[in-house]
Design a protein around this ligand. Structure first.
Ligand SMILES: *Cc1c(COP(=O)(O)O)cnc(C)c1O
Length: 410
């Protein structure tokens, strides 16, 4: 008899996005012809930039000729891309990395989901609340979470609430934890940490022999000076942090798929006898066993992002989204909403008016002004009473949504 991994039974159904779809469909049935504006999407909408397309096409053509054809590449990624990452993403920040500290992959979702495999099952996990669900669910699947309580929290996971009370910035855990997932700029709140704030986490990790799993998927959206683009800008982070980056939001690669993870050779965790082991070696072993690399044309396309042309072009796309974010921020502020984010991230996190629940506010927006966003409660218990809007829509829809919002009754 084949037995299942019973940890999967601890997962709740994928309720959030299916429930959103259900409510939209119901509304459409009752109001045929209604024009719904979606500001809930976490996906980009602008096309790949010309520099990327050009490089992509040339690389595809190479594969059609026996003289330039390529089969399997290195599992960790081609040197031509890794060297651009070192030179353009890290050296300007004063961060020196070796080639074998960077692992190119097909997504930060898989890497943030898979990284837990190299850690023991007895580690205590800490996550911010609200949170990107992948960090929690991947640990549930592995059996690190314990049971889901009626409060919406897994018994063994330490939740770090990010609410109005702490300005949506997580406080250090009160009990000892071993693995800490941090994402800044944050999805869903759009908040960032200063270097000093991030340093407290690095110091905590160093003092407690803990590891920080730092998701920097939205690094390219940082507009203000003084916000760290990489955790390695913080002194000592190279001993305790793994960093995840992705071209998905940076350069519209959500469908093209390319990302990378940085595992400095100086980051160690311990075996049961207390002996230190470099995590770089474990991740290399994991990737070379279970992953066969990102396709050649995609890595060539990603490399084009680092040309002068490519940089210029993706900067414009990010500026387009960030103008949307500003339009949303201003529109909401004019109406008296309490809002967060949207300055260094494409997400705007708002407090629902009149203490409405996240879902009640979802229904109100849909029914009164036909705008769809994402209920904050879908990102964790502390997201209740909040709501996420994104800047990834078109300019036209973003402006139209803010006009319509003026007719909402609050
Ligand atoms: C979109 C997103 C990613 C990127 O995932 P990919 O698999 O690289 O597309 C990673 N982390 C967070 C928090 C995200 O929102």
């Amino acid at each position: 008899m084949a037995l299942i991994n019973e940890n999967y039974l601890q997962l709740p159904g994928n309720y959030l996005f299916s429930e959103i779809a259900r409510r939209i469909n119901k509304y459409k049935e009752e109001h045929p012809g209604a024009e719904i504006i979606r500001l809930g999407i976490g996906d980009v909408t602008q096309p790949l930039v010309p520099a990327v397309i050009d490089a992509f096409q040339k690389a595809v053509t190479e594969l059609g000729d026996a003289k330039t054809f390529r089969g399997y590449g290195p599992e960790q990624g081609y040197s031509f891309l890794i060297n651009k990452i070192i030179e353009h993403d890290y050296r300007p920040l004063g961060v020196e990395l070796d080639e074998d500290e960077i692992f190119v992959s097909d997504g930060a979702k898989c890497d943030t989901g898979n990284i837990q495999e190299i850690f023991g099952l007895d580690n205590i996990i800490a996550v911010t609340d609200p949170v990107y669900p992948v960090y929690v669910d991947s640990n549930v699947m592995a059996g690190r979470s314990g049971k889901l309580g009626v409060d919406g929290k897994y018994q063994k996971i330490v939740y770090l609430p990010c609410t109005e009370a702490n300005g949506l910035k997580p406080e250090l855990p009160k009990t000892k934890v071993d693995l800490i997932y941090l994402c800044f700029p944050n999805n869903p709140t759009g908040m960032t940490l200063t270097k000093e704030e991030l340093k407290r986490w690095v110091d905590y990790a160093r003092a407690n022999q803990a590891i920080i799993l730092f998701d920097a998927a939205y690094e390219a959206y940082i507009q203000e000076k003084g916000i760290p683009h990489s955790i390695y800008e913080v002194e000592g982070a190279k001993e305790v942090a793994i960093e995840f980056r992705s071209y998905s939001k940076t350069a519209g690669f959500t469908g093209t798929r390319c990302a990378f993870t940085v595992v400095p050779k100086s980051v160690v965790a311990y075996d049961s006898t207390g002996k230190a082991h470099p995590l770089n070696k474990l991740w290399l072993r994991r990737q070379t066993t279970k992953f066969n690399g990102v396709s050649y044309p995609v890595q060539v396309a990603a490399t084009a992002i680092y040309t002068d042309e490519g940089k210029e072009q993706i900067k414009k796309v990010i500026a387009y989204y960030m103008t949307n974010a500003q339009i949303i921020r201003e529109g909401l502020q004019k109406l008296g909403f309490k809002i967060y984010g949207g300055i260094n991230a494409p997400y705007i996190w708002l407090k629902t008016p009149g203490n409405l629940s996240s879902w009640d506010f979802f229904d109100k927006l849909l029914n009164e002004v036909q705008i769809v966003g994402t209920p904050g409660s879908g990102f964790g218990p502390s997201g209740e009473g909040y709501f996420r809007l994104t800047a990834f829509g078109s300019r036209e829809n973003t402006e139209k949504a803010m006009e319509r919002l003026q007719n909402i009754s609050i």
